[in-house]
Structures are given as structure tokens and as C-alpha cells.
Ligand binder design. Structure first.
Ligand SMILES: [Ca+2]
Ligand SMILES: [Ca+2]
Ligand SMILES: [Ca+2]
Length: 136
């Protein structure tokens, strides 16, 4: 009886996660993101637009204007692994150059068709959402 109950609970949990999964994996409404990231309204984000947004975010997250972002200022946008990879001078912070290298890397990861731009579908992917985290 105990086993049956825990099996039921497990099945219910599985069903619940299955019900949630398609909603988060489905097509996101990216109108607001696009309005912010695509000022020329051509439906896609090119590197120029992404870079400009990333620079804007960098300054927003760096209120002390010392030119670097520490993990505190990055507020979960950059994980420990990314931090290690994109902080070659190991000073515990990302300067603008290091930050933009990370953004460029995420931009390329989010653009599997290599057409130089991120469309709404690409922005909705896991890689796209990782990119979004360092753009706004
Ligand atoms: Ca554009
Ligand atoms: Ca650094
Ligand atoms: Ca693309």
C-alpha cells in the first residue's frame, strides 16, 4: 500500500511536470524583448543591436562605475563556469571587454543557422534566453 501510494505521488509529479513543460518550451511572446532589442524593427537582432543592448546593461549593472562587474552586480546572469571561462585575468570581475566576449559567445550559441541575426524563435530557445539574460 505504501509503495502504491508513493508510486501514485511520483506519477502525479510526473504528470504535473509534463503539463508544465510544453508551456515553457512553447513559442514565447517576444514582442516586448524585440521592441527593446530591435530598434530598427526588422524582426531580428543583429550583433550591432545586441552589443549596444549589452553595453547599456553593463553600465546599468555597474552603479559604482568602476568599469567592472562582480558576481554580485551580475545578479545571477553569469554562472560560475561562465565566469571562469570569460574572466582570463581571474580578478573576480568582468570588465566590459570580457563581458562583451561572453555576450558574443552567447549570441553565436543562440544563432544556430549562422545568419548573423537572432529571430524571435531563436530568442525563445534555451540559448536565446541565456543571451537575453546578458542583454536586458
Ligand atoms: Ca534589427
Ligand atoms: Ca576580469
Ligand atoms: Ca539566426
Amino acid at each position: 500500500m505504501k509503495f502504491t501510494l508513493s508510486a501514485l505521488v511520483a506519477a502525479a509529479a510526473l504528470a504535473a511536470s509534463a503539463a508544465i513543460a510544453p508551456a515553457s518550451a512553447g513559442h514565447r511572446d517576444c514582442t516586448a524583448d524585440m521592441a527593446y532589442l530591435n530598434p530598427d524593427h526588422d524582426g531580428t537582432i543583429d550583433w550591432h543591436e545586441a552589443r549596444r543592448a549589452a553595453v547599456r546593461l553593463f553600465h546599468k549593472l555597474d552603479p559604482d562605475h568602476d568599469g567592472t562587474l562582480d558576481r554580485n552586480e551580475l545578479r545571477g546572469r553569469v554562472g560560475i563556469l561562465s565566469m571562469a571561462r570569460f574572466n582570463p585575468d581571474r580578478d573576480g570581475t568582468l570588465d566590459k571587454h570580457e563581458f562583451l566576449a561572453l555576450v558574443k559567445h552567447r549570441f553565436e550559441r543562440a544563432n544556430p543557422d549562422k545568419d548573423g541575426t537572432i529571430d524571435c524563435r531563436e530568442l525563445s530557445s534555451l540559448a536565446g534566453r541565456n543571451l537575453l539574460r546578458v542583454l536586458k
